[in-house]
Design a protein around this ligand. Structure first.
Ligand SMILES: O=C(O)[C@H]1O[C@H](OP(=O)(O)OP(=O)(O)OC[C@H]2O[C@@H](n3ccc(=O)[nH]c3=O)[C@H](O)[C@@H]2O)[C@H](O)[C@@H](O)[C@@H]1O
Length: 426
């Protein structure tokens, strides 16, 4: 058979097929149509393909806001109770620092409106429990994301905020290797969104926001001073926090926004974050699980300038109280505005091995320690804050040493996780 036998019949000419070939062809057509129909059916009904990202978005809860009842709650929460009180929007209000700062502000008579997306970075039940505390103190938390410009504009329409305490962020140094996108989304895109809406407000609020000790990266000169270089971060987390400082400066320069960045040093305490070492060490020691304690390459101890939450709260309030007004309005700068950066640390670094020893004493249990060299995961060997600037300019004075602070944390932890959540005191 030559290749010519495969050519189709001459166009325009009708060719009669033998009966058995005709039957075979129509069967083929039938199967092909059936297959095509099934395939189309599958395409219509099948779910969309999974996102190429290895990690699901942390914020898949759809925002819940709007309506006259909601607006009433927003106004009520944001209204100061004492004359001359501040009207503060606290982002990340159901977070560790956010909850403590919101309650402290509310206690002294300021108006506080919370905003939080309740994402799943760590147990949302803990965030909901914090929300319960906030509600009992009269702080309403709007459920939404800082990337939602429509929501932010709506909040700024309903309330004239004098201040914003911006604490919503993707925290954690090591998690940046697993989910880098979440850091860019919250710490960069979300921050820019908040600044965009803030600069367009009339009048503009003064903004205080959380930076991080991690911006000092691989610096070896201690203690870290605000005047030191911050251009060699060791983690993407640190890089996004450093980017935040640069971004904030541009909004100050172009739009006259009053901006104050606070570099927090390893904040710990009751209602803390379960992704932090002191928290999961406690959990694992109690369960008899092995904990991994990092040591520096020269077999020295890794150390942190652990700072107790109450000291950090005082620093945040000091920054809010001393923040000058923004000078711009409706996106137009009218004159130079305040731009500040402060270290909020404890000024006494403690080796992580010592942290474990204190926990052993408080928990009355021996930890199963596995010592290993500090992996290249974003962690730095030590942090140590020089706090002179914050002391002089915002009256910051840390008072709680690690043992005293951990004692309070352990007391809270045991109460909260032993099922007596309702009884656990503030
Ligand atoms: O000060 C800061 O800027 C940062 O403080 C913490 O970051 P970090 O100091 O690394 O706190 P932890 O993750 O609780 O680690 C504390 C220490 O324990 C060590 N560690 C951690 C985990 C572990 O399994 N073993 C271990 O020895 C770390 O190397 C570190 O020295 C927070 O997680 C960051 O969000 C914050 O911005």
């Amino acid at each position: 058979m030559s290749h010519l036998d495969d050519l189709p019949p001459t166009p325009g000419k009708y060719k009669v097929l033998p009966y058995h070939r005709y039957l075979r062809l129509s069967k083929l057509t039938l199967w092909a149509s059936l297959f095509l129909a099934l395939f189309l059916f599958y395409l219509v009904l099948s779910p969309p393909p999974p996102s190429p990202s290895r990690h699901r978005s942390l914020n898949d809860s759809s925002a819940k806001y709007g309506g006259s009842h909601w607006e009433k709650q927003v106004r009520k929460s944001a209204r100061p109770r004492s004359p001359g009180g501040l009207t503060v929007l606290v982002t990340g209000a159901a977070g560790f620092v956010g909850t403590h700062v919101s309650i402290a502000l509310r206690k002294r008579g300021d108006g506080v409106l919370g905003l939080d997306n309740f994402n799943r970075y760590y147990d949302p039940k803990l965030k909901r429990a914090r929300q319960g505390l906030l509600e009992r103190s009269g702080v309403f938390v709007v459920e939404g994301d800082i990337n939602d410009a429509v929501l932010l504009r709506k909040l700024y329409d309903v309330v004239l905020f004098t201040h914003v305490m911006h604490l919503a962020a993707q925290a954690g140094v090591r998690y940046a290797m697993q989910n880098p996108g979440s850091y860019v989304n919250s710490n960069i895109a979300g921050f820019v969104n908040l600044l965009e809406v803030s600069k367009a407000a009339s009048p503009q609020p003064a903004v205080v926001w959380a930076s991080s000790s991690s911006v000092y990266g691989l610096n070896s000169k201690v203690p870290f001073s605000e005047r030191d270089r911050t251009d060699h971060p060791a983690s993407l987390y640190a890089a996004t926090k450093k980017a935040g400082e640069g971004i904030a400066h541009t909004y100050n320069h172009i739009y006259g926004l009053s901006l104050t960045g606070l570099r927090f040093f390893t904040v710990y305490g009751p209602w803390g974050r379960p992704d932090m070492a002191y928290f999961f060490f406690t959990k694992d020691i109690l369960k008899g699980k092995t904990i991994t304690v990092f040591e520096s390459p020269d077999k020295g101890s890794v150390a942190r300038d652990f700072t107790y939450i109450d000291d950090i709260v005082k620093g945040c309030l000091g920054a809010l109280d001393t923040a000058e007004k923004s000078t711009g309005s409706g996106g137009k700068k009218k004159g130079p505005a305040m731009f500040r950066i402060y270290n909020l640390g404890n000024t006494s670094p403690v080796p992580v091995t010592k942290l474990v020893t204190i926990l052993e004493k408080l928990l009355k249990m021996k930890a199963k320690r596995k010592v290993m060299p500090l992996p290249r995961n974003g962690d730095v060997e030590f942090t140590h804050a020089n706090i002179t600037l914050a002391q002089t300019e915002i009256g910051y004075k840390p008072e709680v040493d690690l043992e005293t602070g951990l004692k309070k944390f352990v007391k809270w932890y045991l109460g909260f996780y032993s099922g007596s959540k309702k009884k656990s005191s503030w």
